[in-house]
Write a protein that binds this ligand. Structure first.
Ligand code: ATP
Length: 265
């Protein structure tokens, strides 16, 4: 068996901003086809770590290799074209249809660039991806008329249109009702089958929001790693209680995780 390709590697990464040490030596390696959860309480440093994975931020010390390229030595704009980033805080555009928003994934822009004309192949790929995420009926709808859950699914199609090797999902289910959340998680789980080589990193504070296909987790607290490894080793009562500084009982049933505080009765 060939060793899976390294998609992402953070080595002894620290980050300092405004005189404050935010990360204290993070090691994090992701291989092709792995599906990581990045877990930790508010302010732990999850978004900061995703900034490195997305080739948007540089570490203060330590090294970051994204898709085999060392940050600081490469054209990050070019690198970012190979990274799919699903950000629910994606700016809304008036006047764009769902198909057009998905096509902005080809150019990596918020708007459709002036004078850029998508190829027939781009259009066909957009239609296929919109279908994959169950949004064909809304392909021509104005983006602003979509529900939050529909936007989340369309943003996954947008992220996939550039055939990324790495998919970053930053709290993709935040603000969704239970049905929309489940639909979005199904969409994410389906990717493990339709795009098995793509590696993903999903940020959340809620274990209920982990897709069934989550294979690994990096659990952090106060800018340091609490645990890193397979989901079975890391998404445990012991690790999660330590990370959140509270006694939490973690359950894993039928592929899904849940958490509740342990109460003294
Ligand atoms: N530019 C900055 N200047 C100073 N402090 C910052 C800066 N960016 C982030 N921080 C601080 O770094 C810490 C980590 O922030 P980060 O957003 O990475 O955490 P998080 O785990 O994503 O939190 P949340 O779950 O609340 O989104 C926080 O305490 C935050 O206030």
């Amino acid at each position: 068996m060939t060793r899976a390709q390294q998609v992402l590697r953070l080595d002894a990464v620290t980050f300092r901003r405004n005189g404050r040490q935010i990360l204290h030596g993070i090691d994090f390696t992701v291989h092709a086809g792995e599906h990581w959860a990045l877990l930790g309480p508010n302010g732990a440093g999850k978004t900061t770590i995703v900034g490195f994975c997305a080739a948007q931020t540089h570490p203060t010390t330590g090294t970051v290799d994204v898709l085999g390229k060392r940050l600081g030595r490469v054209d990050t704009a070019e690198l970012r074209r190979h990274i799919g980033h699903v950000n629910p805080r994606h700016r809304l555009q008036t006047g764009l249809t769902v198909t057009e928003v998905v096509l902005t994934g080809v150019t990596g822009t918020i708007d459709l660039p002036m004078r850029w004309v998508p190829s027939a192949q781009d259009r066909a790929r957009a239609a296929a991806l919109i279908d994959d995420v169950g949004m064909s009926a809304r392909a021509d709808s104005d983006w602003l008329t979509l529900s939050q859950g529909e936007r989340g699914r369309a943003l996954i199609a947008r992220a996939l249109i550039s055939d990324p090797e790495l998919l970053l999902l930053d709290e993709p289910t935040t603000g969704l009702d239970v049905a929309a959340r489940e639909q979005l998680l199904e969409t994410v789980d389906a990717l493990a089958v339709s795009a098995p080589e793509v590696a993903s990193v999903l940020v959340t504070h809620h274990l209920e929001e982990l897709p069934e296909t989550t294979s690994h987790a990096l659990v952090i607290r106060d800018g340091a790693v609490v645990a890193s490894g397979t989901a079975a080793q890391t998404v445990t009562s012991e690790v999660i209680s330590r990370a959140f500084d509270h006694r939490i009982a973690v359950d894993h049933t039928q592929g899904r995780w849940s958490a509740r505080a342990v109460r003294e009765r």
